[in-house]
Design a binder for this molecule. Structure first.
Ligand SMILES: Cc1cc2nc3c(=O)[nH]c(=O)nc-3n(C[C@H](O)[C@H](O)[C@H](O)COP(=O)(O)OP(=O)(O)OC[C@H]3O[C@@H](n4cnc5c(N)ncnc54)[C@H](O)[C@@H]3O)c2cc1C
Length: 389
């Protein structure tokens, strides 16, 4: 878990949450505020939440549409969650009286030719039907609207509901809030397995050199969820995807929006600090020996070359850091709720653009666990749709 809180030993918890990413940590904070005794365990390896680009996505990402066309119906069914999730980020920033460098800039998905423009126009029409605030912008208007875009850009789809957040600032503030709310944190603590308690009430979590008892357990371990669930005889088909990121030295304000491409993987944005963040789904390498994500030269070159092609003013900037991390996806939908096959075990997976969805997903799950009226129809998110292994 980011923020390094040190190990606080605890033998018994009312609710144990495995995974201290955005979803697990916000959930822990809400549950503690709701009066529960919460233990948050994280192996310290860092998941998507500590490495992500801070894009607050709303429109369908062309990358997912290309890679997983079969998942588009599920993403469309859940598209209404994305604007709510972005608004929820604003609420959270206000509630915590923190500064996440959250900016509602709107997002542009650019096209380089007529074919791509038509693809975006079709996407735009469908998204408007589904209630998003989107419109197409032709080259002439774009020159005034986003003058930083280069000559290669033919047109774009604009989504007014998109934005950006600085994950370093957000994670730090959220971790601090959760601890202040009463969450006990065990960082650098991998949960090796989870089993039913010998007394048949509750569960036992095996950590190095100890066992922890918990009445209820939330699986919020991102890419680690699949294995933990399988150990309990449950199916949670999370797929791990190692991805690449870059950040430049600080520069004068250049890029006003969150920028993506209709046909190629990229997200581009600039923090208030002036740093330009370049990501968007270029692959990283998963080192076989320890499954640690490491950068690939081809992704550094490909990702940054594409960035300067779209925004020429990025070209002279030095890249000061590149890194890799693990994204965790399911079948395009969030998975949030209790397993009917094993009461007391909960699934917590945000779905695509999981940082965007994280705090709102945590709110939905907190309502379920605390027995409060849920703010969403829960049938769509149940882990029961997957067959038990
Ligand atoms: C490079 C990159 C860029 C991204 N950019 C964006 C973006 O711009 N916008 C967006 O919306 N989304 C983005 N994502 C996706 C997003 O970051 C994730 O979907 C989201 O952070 C998932 O949050 P989480 O809390 O569910 O899981 P995670 O953040 O993955 O947290 C899970 C935690 O559980 C820990 N863990 C795993 N197994 C165990 C175990 N057995 N015991 C204890 N701890 C365990 C992990 O180490 C990790 O700390 C990006 C992802 C990557 C990789």
């Amino acid at each position: 878990m980011s923020g390094g809180k040190g190990i606080v030993p605890m033998e018994k918890a009312e609710i144990a949450i495995v995974g201290g990413g955005i979803l697990g940590t916000v959930l822990a904070g809400f549950l503690a505020e709701g009066g529960a005794q919460v233990l948050l365990l994280d192996d310290g390896k860092g998941g998507g939440s500590t490495v992500n680009a801070g894009s607050l996505h709303v429109q369908l990402q062309s990358r997912f549409m290309r890679m997983y066309p079969d998942q588009v119906p599920a993403i469309e069914r859940n598209l209404h969650l994305y604007p709510k999730a972005v608004n929820y980020w604003k609420e959270l920033e206000k509630k915590l009286r923190a500064d996440f460098d959250l900016k509602m800039t709107g997002g542009l998905m650019i096209a380089e030719n007529q074919d791509q423009f038509e693809f975006l126009a079709g996407k735009c029409e469908r998204e408007a039907e589904l209630g998003l605030d989107v419109r197409m912008i032709e080259r002439r208007e774009l020159q005034g609207f986003a003058p930083y875009l280069g000559a290669a850009v033919f047109g774009a789809e604009h989504c007014a509901q998109e934005g950006k957040v600085n994950p370093l600032l957000a994670n730090m503030a959220i971790n601090k809030w959760a601890v202040a709310a009463g969450v006990t944190v065990m960082s650098e603590t991998p949960v090796r397995s989870i089993g039913k308690s010998a007394s048949k009430t509750g569960f036992e979590l095996a950590i190095p050199s100890a066992t922890i008892k918990a009445d209820r357990v939330v699986l919020a371990a991102g890419g680690g969820n699949r294995e933990l669930a399988a150990g309990l005889g449950l199916a949670l088909p999370v797929v791990s995807e190692p991805l690449h990121m870059n950040i430049t030295e600080p520069a004068v304000p250049i890029i006003g929006h969150l920028v993506q491409h209709a046909d190629r993987p990229i997200t581009l944005k600039q923090f208030s600090s002036g740093h330009v963040v370049i990501g968007g789904g270029w692959p990283a390498h998963l080192r076989q020996s320890d499954k640690y994500p490491t950068v690939e030269l081809a992704s550094i070159i490909g990702n940054t070359t594409l960035a300067q092609h779209i925004v020429p003013a990025v070209a002279p900037l030095r890249i000061i850091r590149t890194w890799a991390g693990i994204n965790a996806t399911t079948d395009g939908r969030p998975v949030l709720g209790e397993f009917s096959a094993m009461p007391g075990i909960y699934a917590a997976v945000s779905g695509d653009a999981g940082y965007t969805l994280g705090p709102y997903s945590a709110k939905i799950l907190a309502d379920i666990i605390l027995g409060q009226p849920p703010c969403e129809d829960l049938s769509e998110f149940s882990p029961d749709v997957y067959h038990a292994v």
